[in-house]
Design a binder for this molecule. Structure first.
Ligand code: NDP
Length: 445
């Protein structure tokens, strides 16, 4: 590692010793972009990296709400506005009990580079709460969202910071958050993305992350003389990203044989029946184990981590961070996997990523492979600003073009910096170059 980069990383460790997820993401990014600092000594003089690793602003707040029994509940809300060098902050809101400052900082840090890779003018941010929507009534979720927005509204705006969905935040939550923002501010503006189609949402936003993942994967396979046709695919998760990845890869000729949720996974050798998954997950908000009761011949196994032992050619981790560890990577390699593309954010641990790369598995890192969601969110912002709505095909074809461009720039950055085929290095460098350039131009701010 370049001496300056190493020094900044040591400082980061000392100041944020307890933030394990953030340090994990920072280590991966800093290791990759180190060669850029060898080429650009002026970055050190400008303290560029010292500034880059520190969020511009962290907002932490109390979220009190009243449950259906009339009891007061208190959660913690977060918004990390990490970097606005190339545009207003943009990044999702996550509602999950595992949310803490370290998780939100790692997601926000990754988001800076991801947003840069899309080629669109959006900075990096992330937010959320340790509230668990699972098992809550619609009214409880609404009261929580209204309370959350009552604090957050003063820090966001269509040209300031535009949050979106993430784990636990789908159309229902975005609707409640948007309603409260409008009620407090009186503004009908594109302050959130992932909105419903009747009030400013974009066609194809729901599908965008999963579809985009498959467009990226396809470009990566093609570059290496391969295709998805006839391949066995395993997808972890059964939420928004997983469902639409399953739909697109099936259209591309792949056969998805396994999906999961946080309790366990199902294997269906006939190919997953996505209508059943959508009914269970999108309509009934149920558990994946119910699939086995409805589809003869499919098998449910309790515990989600073993999903990587299911034999496949292509693995798409689409659930959560650190879900694919070294043991999982070894099982995939032993079963002859040829490609892994990350739909979730940082689903692979550092040693799992290295193991897959050492074993010549094509590896598409999250910040490039799952950038389709935020790219389409930026398209939603454009439509809101123009007071227009584009057709599904128009948005989908722009998404496809963006994902192919992302792959091309990742591929060429990897080559230019002497790491051909290493798309982790390529994605970090390609994303960083644009942001660093903008930060240099704007002075020490
Ligand atoms: P959803 O809430 O729709 O689905 C999440 C899925 O992952 C569910 O199947 C959930 O299972 C599972 N999951 C969540 N936490 C855990 C855990 N700790 N262990 C095992 N499984 C878990 O979220 P999304 O599909 O939107 O997001 C999935 C991933 O994709 C996240 O990493 C997110 O940051 C990333 N992402 C999402 C984008 C989007 O547009 N939605 C854009 C870019 C990235 P269960 O129901 O049991 O909790």
């Amino acid at each position: 590692m370049n001496a300056y980069v190493q020094k900044v990383y040591e400082g980061l460790k000392a100041r944020n010793a307890h933030e394990t997820e953030f340090l994990q993401a920072a280590y991966e990014i800093l290791t990759s972009i180190s060669p850029v600092f060898d080429k650009h000594p002026e970055f050190e003089k400008a303290g560029l990296l010292d500034r880059f690793v520190e969020p511009e602003r962290v907002i932490l707040f109390r979220v009190p709400w009243i449950d259906d029994k009339g009891q007061v509940q208190v959660n913690r809300g977060y918004r990390v506005q990490f970097n606005s060098a190339i545009g207003p902050y943009k990044g999702g809101l996550r509602l999950h009990p595992s949310v803490n400052l370290s998780v939100i900082k790692f997601l926000g840090f990754e988001q800076i580079l991801k947003n840069s890779l899309t080629g669109l003018p959006i900075g990096g941010g992330k937010g959320g709460s340790d509230f668990d929507p699972k098992g809550k009534s619609d009214n409880e979720v609404m009261r929580f969202c209204q309370s959350f927005m009552t604090e957050l509204y003063r820090y966001i705006g269509k040209d300031v910071d535009v949050p979106a969905g993430d784990i636990g935040v789908g159309a229902r939550e975005i609707g409640f958050l948007y309603g409260q923002y409008k009620r407090i501010t009186g503004l009908y503006e594109g302050v959130l993305t992932g909105k419903g189609l009747t009030y400013g949402g974009s066609l194809a936003r729901k599908e965008a992350t999963g579809f985009g993942l498959c467009y990226f994967l396809n470009a990566m396979l093609k570059r290496n003389g391969l295709s998805a046709e006839g391949k066995r695919v395993v997808i972890s998760g059964s939420g928004n990203v997983a469902i639409y990845a399953c739909q697109k890869i099936t259209q591309m000729g792949g056969k998805v044989v396994a999906m999961s949720d946080s309790n366990g996974y199902i294997v269906d050798e006939n190919g997953i029946n996505l209508d059943v998954v959508k009914q269970i997950k999108e309509v009934e908000r149920g558990r994946i184990r119910e699939y086995a009761d409805r589809v003869p011949g499919s098998v449910y196994t309790e515990g989600c981590r073993q999903i990587w032992t299911v034999k496949c050619d292509i693995a798409l981790p689409c659930a959560t961070q650190n879900e694919l560890d070294l043991e999982g990577a070894k099982a995939l390699v032993a079963n002859g996997v040829i490609a892994v593309a990350e739909g979730a954010n940082m689903p692979s641990t550092l040693d799992a990523t290295s193991y897959l790369q050492e074993n010549k598995v094509l590896f598409g890192p999250a910040k490039a492979a799952n950038a389709g969601g935020v790219a389409t969110s930026a398209l939603e912002m454009s439509q809101n600003s123009q007071r227009l709505s584009w057709s599904f095909d128009e948005v989908d074809s722009k998404l496809k073009g963006i994902m192919e461009n992302i792959f091309a720039s990742v591929d060429s950055a990897a080559r230019e910096y002497g790491s051909e085929g290493n798309y982790v290095v390529g994605a970090n460098i390609a994303g960083f170059l644009k942001v660093s350039n903008a930060m240099m131009a704007q002075g020490a701010v």
